[in-house]
Design a protein around this ligand. Structure first.
Ligand code: GLU
Length: 305
């Protein structure tokens, strides 16, 4: 692994230099590594290596109630077994509390950040009646002007300015999203005091100087709000994006650890080789013919490298 140090305060650089392209592999240790993660690793390392870039390993353990050290240890071990070597990290969100608190202070100076005591249950009751199936319900702004003091049992939200966020996805083409109407005032910290995924990932991608975000297309709708929040935090050049396809069950459902899916551990125990697991993941999203093995060091070939 390379030695990483700050090239500017709060930023990463490779041996003190800025790297041409920096992406991140950012799993949450809430379960064991499964084929969906392997797809993400194939695309992350594949694009990074094909474009002469580096990969930072970031453990996204912002939600302490769902993350477990044994999942993190297993995840690191499975990743090493597969042969995906990060150029830097692991860095952990649980070690970044000061960075999030600083970002919150910066944001509060220029944006309307406020305390919110709405629970999931009251929000669901307030929004489902008007919401069609599968469409995200924007926060209705209940607490925006209540002037609540921040404190235990209260979350924090920020008002996102209205308008369209446009970006180019390297796989899906031009995108336009309106975060203020999609999600409403964005939750930064939840009622239990956990920094939210949206806030932590935006602060991290900014302070780590990530220039390419590679993730599943289930997170496409998050990108507009993260771009908007990043700009509010002072980011001038947004990263590039590649949202890859997801492996789906025959039923059309997304693969997830909770659904008892094919875990890397299970495949290993059944005698699979790393190359067969990587090849299978790549073929499941149409990047490789079925049945062909592929080594981690070869994944750039799937992206013209
Ligand atoms: N930690 C997220 C996950 O495991 C990925 C977040 C991202 O790539 O933005 O789904």
């Amino acid at each position: 692994m390379g030695a990483w140090e700050s090239s500017e305060p709060g930023r990463f650089g490779f041996n003190g230099r800025d790297v041409p392209l920096l992406t991140r592999f950012a799993p949450s240790p809430t379960g064991y590594l499964h084929l969906g993660h392997v797809v993400n690793a194939v695309c992350t390392w594949g694009l990074a290596r094909a474009r002469g870039g580096h990969v930072l390993l970031r453990i996204e353990d912002h939600d302490r109630s769902r993350c477990r050290p044994e999942y993190e240890a297993a995840l690191l071990e499975d990743l090493a077994w597969l042969g995906f070597e990060p150029d830097a990290g692991p860095v952990r969100q649980q070690d970044a509390g000061t960075a999030y608190a600083d970002a919150l202070t910066r944001l509060s100076a220029t944006a309307h950040v406020y305390a919110c005591d709405c629970s999931r249950r009251t929000l669901a009751a307030a929004t489902t009646a008007v919401q069609a199936d599968g469409i995200e319900a924007p926060y209705p702004g209940t607490c925006r002007n209540r002037g609540l003091e921040p404190g235990p049992g209260r979350g924090l939200r920020v008002v996102l300015p209205p308008g369209v966020e446009r970006f180019h996805d390297d796989r899906l083409g031009p995108q336009a999203q309106t975060p203020a109407t999609q999600c409403g005032d964005l939750l930064l910290r939840d009622r239990d005091g956990h920094w939210t995924y949206q806030f932590a990932v935006t602060v991290d991608d900014l302070r780590h100087n990530i220039s390419l975000v590679v993730r599943g297309e289930d997170l496409l709708a998050s990108t507009g709000r993260q771009l908007r929040l990043a700009r509010m935090l002072g980011r001038t050049t947004p990263p590039a994006f590649f949202h890859h396809a997801l492996i789906r069950h025959a039923s059309g459902q997304k693969l997830s650890k909770s659904a008892g899916d094919t875990g890397v551990r299970t495949l290993r125990a059944a005698g699979a080789s790393p190359e067969s697991v990587i090849g299978r993941a790549a073929s499941l999203i149409g990047l490789l013919e079925p049945g062909r093995p592929l080594a981690a060091r070869e994944v750039a070939s799937l992206f013209g490298g």
